[in-house]
Structures are given as C-alpha cells and as structure tokens.
Ligand binder design. Structure first.
Ligand code: ADP
Ligand code: ZN
Length: 582
C-alpha cells in the first residue's frame, strides 16, 4: 500500500475498481444470456410479462421481462412484428441490448478512470502538458510602473547620462518629436563590463521619464522549445505597448543576438527565430508611441550586425568602469543612508582601482555585515578595510581587480607615450581622454584623440599617426629598458603594420612599388616581393627612432603625465593641456 501515500487517492481508486468490476460483469453477463423458445416468448407477451424487446436486424432479439429476467429468442422477421409488440404495450428498442448495457458501464468506467488520473496528477504534481506550459502569460515581465530610480542614484557615468538625455525627453513628449519628423532611436545598446550600472541606467531612464519599465534577460528567451522565445518576445512587446509609453530592457542581449555562426545546430534556429521576432517587433512600432528598447551586453563586438543597423539598436553607449573620482562618488552614494563614522573615502577610492559599481556595492555591504555582526553602532573605516580584504580575496585572479601596481605603471607610461607623441606631432588633434582604466576592447587603458576632419590624408599625416601608435611601446622601452617591453603594444603594432603596408602598396607613397598598386598587381597574379616587406620594416624602424627621440626630449612631460594618470586614472582635455604647458 505504499503507493497510496495520500488518503486523497483512496476514493478515486475505489470508484475505479467498482466500475471496472461492473464493466467486466456486464460484458460477461451480456455474453451469457440464455436462449428461450419463441413460443415461450409469445406466452410471456400474452401474460404481459415483457418489458422491452431489443429488436435489431440480427437473427435473434433480446427480451427483457418486467421481473428483470433477460433472454434471447428468434427474430421472426415478420413485417408487423414491431407493430404487434407495440399493440401489446411492449417497449421496443432498436439498439443492441449488449451494446446499451456495455455502453453504460463503459461510460462509468471512463469517467472513473479520468477521475483517477486527475487525482494522481494532483497528488503527485505531475506536470500537465496543457497549453499553459507553453503559454507566456506566466512570463515574468513584471512591469514596474514607478521604479523610483533617478539619475541621482547613479554616480559618475556622466557621459552616458548626457547621451541619454534626449531619449528621456523623447519618452516624455514623443508627439513633439513626431511633429518635427525627428526619428528617435528605437533601440539603445549599453555596453561595458558587468556591474558598471547598465541596468541601473536603463531603470533611471524610465524613472526620469516616468514611464513603465519592462525587464527581461536574453537568456529567458533561449528555450528548449523552438518558437517559445519568439512568442515571448511578442508577448513582451504586446504587454508593453498595451500601456502606451514604456522602456523595454533586455539584459544579456548577446544570448539572442550573437553573430550567426553559419549553420551550427543546437538551438541556433531557435535563436534566429527569437532575434527575428525582436527585429520585427522593433520595426513594428511607430515613433510617436514612445517606446524605447534598451539592451545591455558586456560585448558589443559579438553582436549580430542585423541588430545594430539604423532603425534598430542604432545608439551605442559605452559604460566604463569608474575612475577614482567616480568611485569616490559611488562610495558616498552607497553609504548615504547608512550609519558611518570616520571613513576616509579618498583612501578607498584609491584602493579600489578597477572595481565596478557592483563591486563597490558588495564592498559596502560586506562592511555593513561586519559592523552588524559586532554590534557596532557605526560602519567604520576598519570594517571597510576588513571587507576590502574579503572582497578582494573573492575576486582574486578572476578579473582585473587585482592588477598590480607595476602593471598600472606600465599602462600609465604606455598611454602617456601615445598622448605625448600625439601632442608633439599632431598638435591640431584634440586628445579628449587618456585613461588607465581598461575598456571593453581589452586594452589596459586607452588614449582617445579626435582626428581633424579632412577628405585626404597626406603622407606626413600618415607617418605621424604611425609615430603616435608607436609612442606606447617607445615609452615602455625608454623607461623600463629594451628587455622589459610588454605585449601591451600588440594592438598598436597591428595597426602600424597595416598602415605602413597600405602606404607602400596602395597609396603609391613607397619606393619598391613606386606608383604601382598592390591590389591591381595581385589581380594579375603578381605576388608582393620581399623588398616591399623590407622597405616597410625599415620605414617603421626609422619612425620608431623618431618617436623615441620625441619622448626623450620631453621626458619631464612624460613623467608628469604618467604620475598624474597614476593618481587620478583619467585625464581629460583640460588636464592634458595644462600638463603640456608646464
Ligand atoms: P550591470 O547591469 O552593468 O551589470 P547593474 O546596473 O546591475 O550593472 O549594477 C549593479 C549594482 O551596482 C547597482 O544596483 C548599484 O548598486 C551598483 N552600481 C553600479 N554602478 C553604479 C553607479 N554608477 N552608481 C551607483 N551605483 C552603481
Ligand atoms: Zn598602445
């Protein structure tokens, strides 16, 4: 009896057994009906004993007496047989007696079987493969109508906040924009390291514009059942549109929007369908509806280009790791409503290089837990100190939080090298930012300069650009020595190589091919001779010497840019101008 672990099953099981018995008996019984002579039947009719006669086309008829007895007798097959019976007030049924008996018991049996199955499902919670399992009504697209996140809840990320201002304005008055025929981006991609506040920014956009926020993750759409992802997309948009204006947020967009890898099976069909559904929905809504889709990813470079085209996700906003001043702001913000005492935020902003906002949040939380554990009335510096060790140990080697001081120094000299050479050889190009905070493209840091707008690039300009690219490696060599140069210049050297090859083989600016063009030569199967490679190598070697000389002549500026970078991690245009003056 161990199967009957629930009393609830006893009743359905008993009913089932009874009806099964009934069915069995009625089948056996109906096969064992005795035969009676026709004359006896006529006698029964006369004596008014007969209740019903079951008359079919078969050679026998079944007779049911008023006392319940049943027998069969011959079917006389006379034309007035039925009439005579009726005249003698006998009921005539044209159904087969066996059938009508069996139908009833079969009916009872099916009902009780169904009842038993339902009870079993209820008791054992067997999933019921109904439509509901595939339906998306249960989809967790909890819309949040008043999410309460505002720009004030985001510290740093100023550039990102700046570049979504118009989207907020659009969400507030989409009609205004449609009046001017202005096309707003339907989709925005926020990209950057995990925990840098992409979700937070998306929420703040909805919060500032005061529209509902619908959030889902790309991985929610990738299902085992083909078509479910696509239908979830449609459901999500339907829900959002039913309320008018909205921000739809899709985290981890790469789960559905990865570049198609050419027919590899295993869910890629499903992903394509989901992606297509998303693109269709996005082209479906009108500008004046006031819906913006915001997607987040750690890597924009792996996204399918179909997603990035105009009219889709055509605004791309990078969310960077916070630099020292942003980290201080985030720490201040995170501790605003907590009881704190004697915390030196400058110290922690300094220590937490390469921490994302989420990690800072984790740090503050650990400190709060520690303070709570020892019943301290305040979160103090020492709690944060201890939390810092705990958090760092957890992150150790997994990511960049542990970048050594030496690596930071290398990055700082490298980037200063680029910046200084740029200032000297291309003074008209504005350097808008130098940072040693890594960005998503994997570099240790980067220097951002805005090239002048011009239609043609002359030879001298191309050579100077190559000098700037070589500035990073040159600075490393000058400061740390030839034996200690690093792989940090990998990307620069790639660009240098492709520039110089183009210079010699495409633009007619070199010696070995003269004015001949390499592409045209390869069309007639002429392969590029070694002399071209040798010329390029020599050219780059000379440019590298130039670059080192420029840096050596300005070594004090190189040192001062570097020490400033190490201190504040990010220098902007004005900072750089000031340093260059001195
Ligand atoms: P992402 O979506 O980029 O992975 P989240 O938006 O989920 O990152 O950030 C996680 C948490 O980290 C936020 O809820 C917030 O507490 C904190 N955080 C991240 N960046 C910031 C920031 N710039 N200002 C304030 N808090 C931040
Ligand atoms: Zn470099």
């Amino acid at each position: 009896m161990k199967h009957f672990k629930h009393m609830n099953l006893i009743v359905p099981v008993l009913i089932f057994l009874c009806s099964l018995t009934l069915f069995t008996f009625s089948s056996i019984y109906s096969n064992k009906i005795s035969y009676n002579m026709y004359t006896n039947f006529q006698k029964d009719i006369k004596e008014k004993k007969v209740d019903t006669v079951y008359l079919t086309s078969s050679p026998t008829v079944t007779v049911k007496l008023k006392n319940g007895l049943v027998y069969t007798t011959d079917n006389p097959r006379t034309t007035d047989f039925k009439e005579n019976l009726l005249k003698n007030s006998v009921k005539v049924s044209e159904d087969d007696f066996k059938n009508s008996q069996n139908t009833l018991s079969l009916f009872i049996l099916s009902i009780s079987t169904l009842y038993l199955i339902i009870s079993l499902i209820k008791v054992y919670k067997v999933p019921f493969p109904t439509k509901k399992a595939f339906a998306v009504d249960k989809l967790e697209t909890d819309s949040i109508n008043d999410i309460g996140v505002k720009f004030a809840d985001i510290a740093g990320n100023e550039e990102a906040k700046e570049s979504v201002q118009d989207i907020i304005d659009f969400l507030k008055n989409p009609e205004k924009y449609s009046l001017y025929g202005a096309r707003m981006p339907k989709g925005v991609i926020l990209y950057g390291e995990p925990g840098t506040g992409k979700t937070l920014l998306a929420k703040a956009i909805a919060g500032e514009a005061n529209v509902p926020f619908y959030a889902m993750s790309g991985s929610d759409f990738v299902q085992i059942y083909v078509g479910v992802g696509a239908s979830r997309i449609r459901q999500l948009f339907k829900k959002a549109r039913s309320n008018g204006k909205a921000v739809i947020f899709i985290d981890e967009i790469d789960a559905i929007g990865k570049k198609r890898d050419g027919g590899k099976s295993g869910g890629s069909d499903e992903r394509d369908q989901t992606l297509n559904a998303l693109l269709t929905e996005m082209s479906g809504f009108k500008e004046k509806e006031g819906i913006v889709v915001i997607a987040a990813t750690n890597r924009i470079d792996i996204l399918d280009s179909a997603l990035l085209r105009p009219g889709r996700f055509d605004r791309h906003i990078e969310i960077n790791l916070p630099d020292i001043s942003a980290r201080k702001k985030i720490l201040n913000l995170l501790t605003k409503n907590k009881p704190i005492k004697n915390i030196d935020f400058n110290d922690f902003a300094q220590k937490t290089a390469y921490f994302s906002g989420a990690k800072l949040e984790n740090l503050v939380n650990e400190a709060a837990i520690l303070a709570c554990k020892e019943d301290s009335s305040f979160i103090e510096h020492r709690h944060l100190d201890k939390a810092f060790s705990i958090v760092l140990a957890g992150y150790e080697k997994v990511d960049r939080s542990h970048i050594s001081l030496n690596d930071r120094k290398i990055t700082a000299y490298h980037e200063s090298g680029h910046a200084l050479v740029s200032l000297k050889v291309l003074p008209s190009e504005k350097i808008s930012k130098i940072t040693i905070i890594p960005s998503t493209n994997g570099a240790g840091g980067y220097t951002l300069s805005i090239p002048e707008d011009k239609m043609y690039q002359n030879k001298e300009y191309i050579l100077n650009r190559i000098r700037v690219l070589l500035g990073g490696r040159a600075a490393e060599e000058i400061i740390f020595g030839k034996a200690h140069v690093t792989t940090g210049a990998y990307n620069d050297l790639q660009k240098v190589t492709s520039s110089v090859i183009k210079l010699v083989t495409q633009y007619g600016m070199g010696a070995s091919l003269g004015l001949l063009n390499g592409d045209a030569l390869s069309e007639v199967n002429y392969s590029i001779p070694d002399t071209v490679i040798n010329e390029c190598k020599e050219l780059v070697a000379n440019l590298y010497e130039d670059t080192k000389n420029i840096l050596l002549e300005n070594k004090t500026t190189l040192e001062s840019i570097t020490s400033n970078l190490l201190e504040v991690e990010t220098l902007n245009y004005e900072d750089i101008q000031n340093l260059n003056m001195n």
